[in-house]
Design a protein around this ligand. Structure first.
Ligand SMILES: NC(=O)c1ccc[n+]([C@@H]2O[C@H](COP(=O)([O-])OP(=O)(O)OC[C@H]3O[C@@H](n4cnc5c(N)ncnc54)[C@H](O)[C@@H]3O)[C@@H](O)[C@H]2O)c1
Length: 317
């Protein structure tokens, strides 16, 4: 199969490149490197089944040219830095909404018929039902990122039904693991490496979220792709349980102590959210995908613990 991965140089995208290349597929990674890193793709540079295109999804003609001949599009590109949206309200419109329209329009024109789309728990906003199932509504996201993803889901549905594009929309929990370019673990480890004495946490540490290891995320997406065969399907992708930010901060401090020999002092903020648009409590109901027979290997706490170790080793290199 030839697979076109948008955001291929990013966190989840670079793991996808590795997985598909290991399975013998041909991969085109398309990324403008605003958040992605060339170094994540370095291990595949000499693989003849791999091609990297450094380009922007806003350039529709280029997307059409590079996508032509693909069997499957994995649309992972977006502005994944949610807090940026509050400061620059056009970032998610550009790299989320317009970029996704271009991916879909390029699929229509080039005749690519299968799409896996990375959506998010952020589309649920501050949902009153926990764990939140896919049927929850009405949907009122509280971040520009969540609003853009919801608009993207609607466009995926419309293109799917009008152009017979088969689509798998996955609403991800918080994904953790090596190559992460953002998020609490990435941020805490980076800050402790600069100052091993103190860790300041955005928010009061009570925020609770579902965390999923990146390898489980990829397994889950490909499992649903193999087992669910509707024209359009929307599935939450999460592990079991939720983890508090306080647990993450304490675990990072403990694991970093083993490396630096110093135990950092923890300092929490006052707010129950890390930034404007942060949803303090998210808990996804993953039973629809589990009903097809899938279960994450790591629960939420375990995914966090594992990812902390992986990210510390990665950053120490
Ligand atoms: N990581 C998570 O916790 C999480 C949770 C929910 C949803 N998601 C979604 O999963 C997908 C992958 O996330 P990630 O964590 O790997 O993020 P990431 O930032 O590491 O990867 C996204 C990639 O998209 C690229 N990109 C952005 N705008 C682009 C554009 N206009 N043209 C070309 N490339 C562009 C970036 O350079 C980056 O490499 C995203 O769509 C994200 O919204 C991630």
């Amino acid at each position: 199969m030839k697979i076109f991965i948008t955001g291929g140089a990013g966190f989840i995208g670079s793991h996808l490149c590795e997985r598909f290349l290991n399975e013998g597929h041909e991969v085109v990674a398309y990324d403008n490197l605003i958040l992605g890193r060339r170094e994540f793709l370095a291990p595949f540079a000499s693989n003849t089944r791999f091609r990297f295109v450094e380009a922007d999804l806003v350039d529709l003609e280029r997307v059409k040219k590079e996508m032509a001949g693909a069997d499957l599009v994995m649309h992972m590109a977006a502005n994944s830095d949610i807090s940026q949206g509050a400061a620059r309200t056009d970032v998610d419109m550009r790299n989320g909404t317009i970029a996704t329209y271009n991916v879909l329009e390029a699929m229509r024109v080039t005749g690519v018929k299968k799409l896996i789309f990375a959506s998010t728990s952020a589309i649920y906003g501050e949902a009153s039902v926990k764990p939140t199932p896919e049927s929850y509504g009405p949907l009122f996201p509280i971040s520009f990122y969540g609003a853009s993803k919801l608009a993207c889901e609607a466009m995926v549905s419309a293109f799917s039904h009008n152009c017979e594009i088969q689509a798998w929309v996955y609403r991800f929990a918080n994904i953790v693991g090596p190559h992460s370019t953002h998020g609490a673990i990435h941020d805490f480890v980076g800050r402790l490496m600069k100052n091993p004495a103190k860790l300041e946490v955005l928010g009061n540490g009570t925020q609770r979220k579902s965390y999923l290891h990146v390898l489980d995320c990829i397994d889950g997406m490909l499992f649903g792709y193999a087992k669910s065969n509707e024209l359009f399907q929307c599935l939450n992708l999460a592990s079991h349980g939720v983890t508090r930010v306080r647990f993450i901060a304490e675990e990072v401090v403990n694991q970093m102590e083993k490396v630096s020999g110093k135990k950092a002092e923890l300092q929490f903020g006052e707010s129950d959210r890390g930034w404007v648009g942060d949803v303090p409590y998210t808990f996804l109901d993953g039973s629809r995908l589990e009903g097809l027979g899938w279960r994450a290997r790591h629960d939420s706490d375990n995914a966090v613990r594992t990812a902390i170790g992986e990210i510390i080793s990665e950053k120490a290199k």
